[in-house]
Ligand binder design. Structure first.
Ligand code: MCN
Length: 793
């Protein structure tokens, strides 16, 4: 069997277990534990006047009721600001249990612990909270008007105001031969993983140690937060992410209030306590994203080349900013996509509203930025009567211009420098894949049949794999199994397969010999987390570096045993051999036995192989100076800055002339995430992303009424695309390796979602001949746009 497995589309090893119901998710654990439930605010904005728990005390099975007043010290303090920024001058973070004011429907006020969840919910029902109602601020327009305030001490509802400029964009636009202005909006949506959040805590009073299972994207960060809040030494806290049923960004927040409260209750009560979020709780008390309003001014020449771009936008950050302002920072820098903007000015205001707070949702500000830039490209093409791909081509950064420095500061605080990419080649592949140049023939045929069809395009560049670091541990066991651990967590990305491929390739072992663990602080203590499409770049390279150390050590030990120069050795299928001399071999399992001076070899063959392999030099110590027993190593990878993946999507849609129903006929993707570890996994990631992109463009939105009630907080009313709405996705890859990391990787986990609104608005506009400036768009909205258009014509 060949060990060439890097780049092979091997099936995901985690799937048989997960697809046959063998997964162990948070709510599969902790049976018999006490259960927590929460009283949450039914009002968007109110002062808490009184909390009366007397009726609840009657509930049989009730164990404890806690309000803010009951939480000692750090437990009750507002959550930390995770990513501060100099422009975030008015950060506000929520209390784990509201202190005296609530700022959105769903904010937790009381925690109840009972012998089971039903009883805890019964007790919640009996708790009376008296409120003084305050007028809510709902939506960007109301927040901008600032007639009403979310937080009394934030006079204009603005949490952050940021401006970046390269050159003098307003002057360049004024002087340009052509100018356009666009207003472009995207509504609120959310990631909606199938599994909500959940926490299960076990306090061991004898050992004074805490084990917490949580459905998170960042187990090490949750551990640090719990230890700090509960006043425990870090070594007394273990955090384990079991199987996680999707995260998509919402589970990167840490700690969520429940991740502090449930462990604290476990310690206080000396019992196991568990909580699993229900679907309505997830809608109203986790996180949303996407809502932004943008104004674009652009100046360009007769060929459609950008001379100046000036974008101002308003971002709805909800009631609090515990995750900082990463989302609008990403929009402001990543909207440039694969283009040279000429002079560029971008300014944003991040606004408070009495709605659920924001954390990054797959794409994290990029879908909005891509929508803005691609709508602008389409508008320029329409204005000049040029093909939409021609305008894009003329503005592309060329491969020979890499690395390309935009002169801006990126989300990681580092310069926005693209490391690699061949945008003309990506476009060429896409045009071929979708048949861009042949589309007019298809349109004419369709028109002859009374059908309306349109084609659209969306291009993006995505900063992936930001630092600061990740680590990897690799160990060859004496039975030949290779144990691998990395600290970031998995939510379905196929890390157990992909990292096994990296190790198998680097070490020269069959992939099925490699066992990977993620998200368990008992196995790997230092990590940052899974977000920003960083696992492949960060942990992939870290485990590769650790494997290289193990390989070097293995060759050294095997060289001694085989009396050969390590440089003359190779490892093939888990066996060290002298290159070109197949007879002289030693299995890695034996090398692992040899690596420990106290040799435990249980099978006869290994015993025989190792007992005579002691160094001939009796004066030589069993472990050489600076060496360590065991065939294992740990390594960390820390990149200089992010690496930039890119891709281009095209879609063909059909709109019903009568009902305005929108159908996607074809959806094509060309994607470049550098060297591919596993194309099948990357394609799966793209499929999932495109599904969410289609949802964001055509179906999903958070419908708040004027009193701040979320009207569609259930899967009955929140329209997710089913398999019936997600089109067949045709994919082609381009691999321009990143020069920034040893494996040449760029991230892939978010890519599919980014151009969804851009490409589908482009296609619908092409089918209809009506400007599309707001997403998502439903059939009834398209119908009304048609009517408006026909009355203004
Ligand atoms: N990969 C590869 N070759 C590359 C790049 C990536 O084979 N050149 C593989 C990786 O090894 C990994 C997968 O593709 O198995 C995604 O890798 P990467 O781009 O590094 O993204 P992460 O693993 O860091 O995952 C995070 C990313 C984000 S930010 C969101 S949000 C998201 C996503 O991944 N959430 C997901 N994909 C998700 N998929 C599932 N099923 N569930 C989620 O919650």
């Amino acid at each position: 069997m060949s060990t060439r497995i890097f780049g092979e589309p091997i099936p995901r090893r985690e799937d048989p277990r997960l697809l046959s119901g063998q997964g162990r998710y948070l709510d599969d654990l902790g049976h018999g534990a006490l259960a927590a439930a929460f009283v949450r605010s039914p009002h968007a904005h109110a002062r808490i006047v009184d909390i009366d728990v007397s009726d609840a005390l009657e509930v049989e099975g009730l164990v404890a009721i806690y309000t803010h007043e009951d939480l000692p010290g750090q437990v009750g303090h507002p959550l930390p600001l995770l990513i501060p920024h100099p422009t975030l001058t008015q950060a506000r973070t929520p209390y784990p249990l509201a202190k005296d004011e609530v700022n959105h429907v769903g904010e937790a006020i009381v925690m109840v612990v009972a012998t089971d969840r039903y009883l805890a919910e019964d007790a919640c029902q009996r708790i009376r909270v008296d409120y003084d109602f305050l007028p809510p601020v709902v939506g960007i327009e109301q927040s901008r008007a600032a007639d009403l305030l979310v937080h009394d001490d934030v006079p204009d509802n603005v949490s952050a105001h940021m401006l970046q400029e390269v050159g003098d964009a307003p002057a360049a636009i004024d002087a340009a031969p052509h100018r356009l202005h666009l207003d472009l909006d995207i509504e609120r949506s959310a990631s909606m993983p199938m599994e909500g959040k959940g926490v299960y805590a076990r306090w061991d009073a004898d050992d004074r140690s805490l084990r917490v299972y949580t459905s998170t994207q960042a187990s090490t960060s949750v551990r640090a937060a719990i230890a700090a809040r509960l006043g425990l030494p870090l070594d007394r806290v273990e955090v384990v992410a079991p199987d996680v049923g999707g995260g998509f960004g919402v589970k990167i927040m840490h700690p969520w209030p429940e991740e502090v409260l449930v462990p604290w209750a476990s310690i206080t009560l000396g019992r196991e306590v568990t909580w699993a979020e229900d679907r309505r709780e997830h809608f109203v008390s986790s996180a949303h994203e996407r809502a932004q309003q943008h104004q674009v001014d652009v100046g360009f020449d007769d060929d459609g080349r950008l001379l100046g771009l000036d974008v101002t936008f308003w971002h709805d950050n909800g009631a609090y900013t515990p995750y900082g302002i990463i989302v609008p920072i990403v929009t402001s820098t990543q909207l440039l996509g694969p283009y040279k903007p000429g002079a560029y000015r971008v300014e944003f205001f991040s606004l408070y509203t009495n709605t659920v707070l924001v954390t990054p949702y797959r794409g994290a500000g990029r879908p909005q930025g891509c929508f803005v830039m691609e709508r602008t490209m389409d508008a320029i093409a329409a204005y000049l009567g040029l093909d939409r791909t021609t305008v894009r081509e003329r503005n592309f950064i060329q491969p020979e211009e890499m690395p390309y420095d935009h002169g801006l500061v990126f989300q990681d605080g580092r310069p926005l420098v693209y490391d690699s990419g061949d945008y003309p080649a990506t476009l060429e592949k896409l045009k071929k894949l979708v048949g861009w140049d042949e589309f007019e023939v298809f349109r004419e045929q369709a028109r002859a049949d009374g059908r309306r069809v349109g084609i659209g395009i969306g291009c993006y560049v995505e900063g992936t794999g930001p630092g600061p670091y990740e680590g990897g541990f690799v160990k060859v066991e004496t039975d030949g199994t290779v144990i691998v651990a990395t600290g970031l967590t998995s939510q379905g990305q196929g890390h157990q397969t992909a990292f096994a491929q990296v190790v198998a390739e680097e070490l020269g072992v069959p992939v099925d010999k490699v066992v990977v663990t993620t998200g368990d602080t008992r196995r790997f203590k230092y990590a940052v987390g899974t977000f920003a499409s960083r696992a492949a770049v960060m942990s992939g390279n870290a485990v590769a570096l650790a494997t290289r150390k193990v390989r070097e050590k293995a060759l050294r030990i095997a060289g001694d045993a085989l009396e050969a120069d390590p440089a003359d050795l190779e490892i093939v299928d888990g066996v060290v051999q002298v290159k070109g001399t197949p007879g002289a071999t030693i299995p890695l399992s034996t090398v692992a036995v040899l690596s420990n001076p106290l040799r435990y070899a249980f099978d006869e063959e290994t015993k025989r192989a190792t007992q005579f392999a002691a160094p001939a030099d009796v004066d030589k110590p069993p472990i050489e100076e600076g060496g360590e027993p065991g065939l294992e190593a740990t390594a960390y990878y820390s990149p200089p800055r992010s690496t930039f993946a890119n891709g281009m999507h095209a879609a063909i849609v059909e709109t019903d002339p009568e009902t305005a129903e929108i159908k996607i006929l074809r959806y094509c993707v060309v994607h470049d995430c550098g060297t591919l570890i596993n194309p099948r996994i990357v394609e799966g990631q793209i499929h999932g992303g495109v599904a969410q992109g289609v949802g964001g463009a055509l179906y999903e939105r958070m419908v708040y009424d004027e009193s701040g009630q979320l009207l569609n907080a259930s899967y009955m009313d929140f329209l997710m695309p089913y398999a019936t709405e997600v089109p067949n996705i045709e994919i082609d890859h381009l691999e321009t390796p990143s020069p920034l990391n040893p494996l040449g990787l760029k991230g892939a986990g978010e890519a599919g979602v980014i151009p969804g609104s851009a490409v589908l608005s482009s296609a619908i506009e092409d089918a209809e001949g009506i400007r599309i400036t707001r997403m998502p768009i439903s059939p009834s909205e398209l119908y009304h746009l048609r009517q408006k258009e026909s009355t203004t014509r």
